[in-house]
Design a protein around this ligand. Sequence first.
Ligand SMILES: Cc1cc2nc3c(=O)[nH]c(=O)nc-3n(C[C@H](O)[C@H](O)[C@H](O)COP(=O)(O)OP(=O)(O)OC[C@H]3O[C@@H](n4cnc5c(N)ncnc54)[C@H](O)[C@@H]3O)c2cc1C
Ligand SMILES: *[C@@H]1O[C@H](CO)[C@@H](O)[C@H](O)[C@H]1NC(C)=O
Ligand SMILES: *[C@@H]1O[C@H](CO)[C@@H](O)[C@H](O)[C@H]1NC(C)=O
Ligand SMILES: *[C@@H]1O[C@H](CO)[C@@H](O)[C@H](O)[C@H]1NC(C)=O
Ligand SMILES: *[C@@H]1O[C@H](CO)[C@@H](O)[C@H](O)[C@H]1NC(C)=O
Ligand SMILES: *[C@@H]1O[C@H](CO)[C@@H](O)[C@H](O)[C@H]1NC(C)=O
Ligand SMILES: *[C@@H]1O[C@H](CO)[C@@H](O)[C@H](O)[C@H]1NC(C)=O
Ligand SMILES: *[C@@H]1O[C@H](CO)[C@@H](O)[C@H](O)[C@H]1NC(C)=O
Length: 583
Amino acid sequence: MAALGKICLVLAGLAIGTVSAIPTHPKACRNIPGDPRWPGPRAWAQLNATVGGRLIATNPIATVCHDPSFSAEACAQVEGQWNVAGVMTTRPAEIMAPWFQNQSCAAFTDRSLPCELGSYASYSINVSNARDMAAGIGFARQHNIRLVIKNSGHDFFGKSTGKGGLSLWTRNLTQKKAIHQYRAPYYRGPAVKIGAGVNGKEAAEFASQHGYRFVVGSCPTVGPAGGFTQGGGHSFLSGVYGLGADNVLEWEVVTASGKHVVATPTRNTDLYWALSGGGGGTYGAVVSMTSRVFPDGAIALATLGFNASVVGGPEAFWASVGAVLAQLQPLVDDHGAVAQLSLTHDTLSIFGLMVPGATKPTLATLLTPLLTTLAQTSTALTTTTLNLAIHANTTYTGLYAATVEPLTARIILPPVIGGRFISRANWAANAPAILAALRTTTANNTFAVAITALNTRGTARHTAPPVAPNAAQPAFARAFLSVIVSATWARETQPPWSAAVALQARYRDVIGPALERVSPGAGAYANEANWEQARWQDVFYGSTYPRLRRVKARYDPGGVFYGLTAVGSEGWAPDAAGRLCRV
Ligand SMILES: Cc1cc2nc3c(=O)[nH]c(=O)nc-3n(C[C@H](O)[C@H](O)[C@H](O)COP(=O)(O)OP(=O)(O)OC[C@H]3O[C@@H](n4cnc5c(N)ncnc54)[C@H](O)[C@@H]3O)c2cc1C
Ligand SMILES: *[C@@H]1O[C@H](CO)[C@@H](O)[C@H](O)[C@H]1NC(C)=O
Ligand SMILES: *[C@@H]1O[C@H](CO)[C@@H](O)[C@H](O)[C@H]1NC(C)=O
Ligand SMILES: *[C@@H]1O[C@H](CO)[C@@H](O)[C@H](O)[C@H]1NC(C)=O
Ligand SMILES: *[C@@H]1O[C@H](CO)[C@@H](O)[C@H](O)[C@H]1NC(C)=O
Ligand SMILES: *[C@@H]1O[C@H](CO)[C@@H](O)[C@H](O)[C@H]1NC(C)=O
Ligand SMILES: *[C@@H]1O[C@H](CO)[C@@H](O)[C@H](O)[C@H]1NC(C)=O
Ligand SMILES: *[C@@H]1O[C@H](CO)[C@@H](O)[C@H](O)[C@H]1NC(C)=O
């Protein structure tokens, strides 16, 4: 089925490609550089003047790794920073997902290969306000070119880039404002307003300085007002305060028609609902987000791990993995814990099990059943061999900076990634088969797994129900585990790109389907999944899809905003030359 779909796509691409080489229906495809209707220098200069000189022509950072601009010294520096979030997020047009960089101008590839823009956006506006956004949107519409919104560039599906695109680069929208008494029919209490470019670390630290906690992701540079909250947004704090999307009070947005509007639970309510979890880069360009925040205070985190040699072989290892997951369930269901762990064929590492509200002694007590069970599973598993450590602080950011941040800040995406939820019902019905599927997934070290264990509807949520109904995937509410599968990829050794293509096929045809078979109906997190997911409308959006499609049609009938697997994107596909065309 998937293979058949693939062939059809390729054939459709060829057919459209032949037609659009001589564009008889120019409106059917977005113009790309070289097309007769691609805007000329005068048009770009005019746009640049309109946005106060903030237009940037794309110059990929790996230009210096290729002839004729090759420089051994400069390239070595780029290689050292290549795809590190802290670097890519500060530059216009750079993204983090290697599959979508597509090696068109990459570090670690042969210097004799040309540096080409490929699927990079052609220009970026260094957006400073809503007017700049409206100017960019208007220009893209007038010239029928592709519009892109890039915040941090973390997107797994390359949704923050696009061939021939004009990108709204939001990183410099850095406004932050504490509102100690937000007053609305739907909420009274503390709030923080952030510009679209503020990253998770900055938002959390700002909130902390005012005595509050902000629901942000585990990677410091992910953008809370961008794809994170717009796509749902799970956090170490989600067991107590829910998803990012559950906490939105206001979105300030520029729509496809260039209107500057505010969407709240009582104003432009459809837009509020869709933006809160219905997917980034789809319904409008967000200028700012106002979020509910919570009083800061005690918080604790544990780390522990073990490997197959410690417990005495693969059978004992997988039995212990099963014991850990089983014991995490009461912690996430009843105590608001969220745990993140990495898992390979022979090593499990819980790099963060966070419990908001807990102190060191209370977390130690909460962990007793887990430790007792592990000791029963293998006598080799003691607090010493597990390297058990418990950290605590009086602020989320203090704890985060000392524990999780140094680890997650270093994450570099491989070319092939996938994901799947395991629901609480799946786990209850089928834990042995789920463990077997994780074992097959990680076999031979071809893929590794990162798991977030959480319950966004657990008993600890009673103090913070969602601000208002939102479009976060219904599957999130049922999830126990959110699993990310990452291909093992040693980029320094320059594996041939055909190896990435083979890994993608293996994920799509074997690994992904095997995970789906053991988790019927569980869905996958639209922000952390594989771009070739079959039936993505259902898997990523579930029952919200029809309503999201109506909101999309109402606010963006012309399809100004596009992203692979974004709502409404089935109406578009690239032709052979990479133009985005209506299908
Ligand atoms: C290392 C790493 C760690 C992660 N950790 C977590 C985590 O803990 N929890 C979690 O839930 N997710 C996590 N994610 C996934 C993350 O939430 C998504 O990649 C998300 O889309 C990033 O949003 P962004 O705005 O930072 O990135 P971008 O790639 O810049 O944007 C993502 C999408 O949002 C759109 N967008 C961005 N800004 C705007 C705007 N102002 N208006 C409209 N659309 C916009 C873009 O067009 C694009 O479609 C992680 C990802 C990575 C790579
Ligand atoms: C836009 O104008 C600024 C200031 O005049 C200039 O520095 C910049 O190079 C221009 N951008 C483009 C793409 O020409
Ligand atoms: C704009 O963003 C860049 C890159 O993150 C940063 O270096 C610079 O300080 C920012 N400037 C402002 C005014 O926010
Ligand atoms: C990568 O580039 C090749 C051509 O070099 C193209 O066929 C393919 O569609 C591109 N893939 C992506 C994800 O852009
Ligand atoms: C973008 O604009 C900000 C000011 O808002 C400025 O500090 C920064 O240097 C600009 N970045 C680039 C790459 O032009
Ligand atoms: C397994 O864990 C033990 C104890 O932490 C450690 O000493 C050993 O080096 C690890 N072995 C492997 C193969 O990682
Ligand atoms: C809490 O965090 C702050 C800020 O990072 C740090 O200075 C302090 O030492 C931490 N306290 C403890 C008990 O670890
Ligand atoms: C692991 O590798 C072995 C030997 O190369 C192979 O026979 C087996 O099928 C592989 N297993 C998986 C799950 O890929």
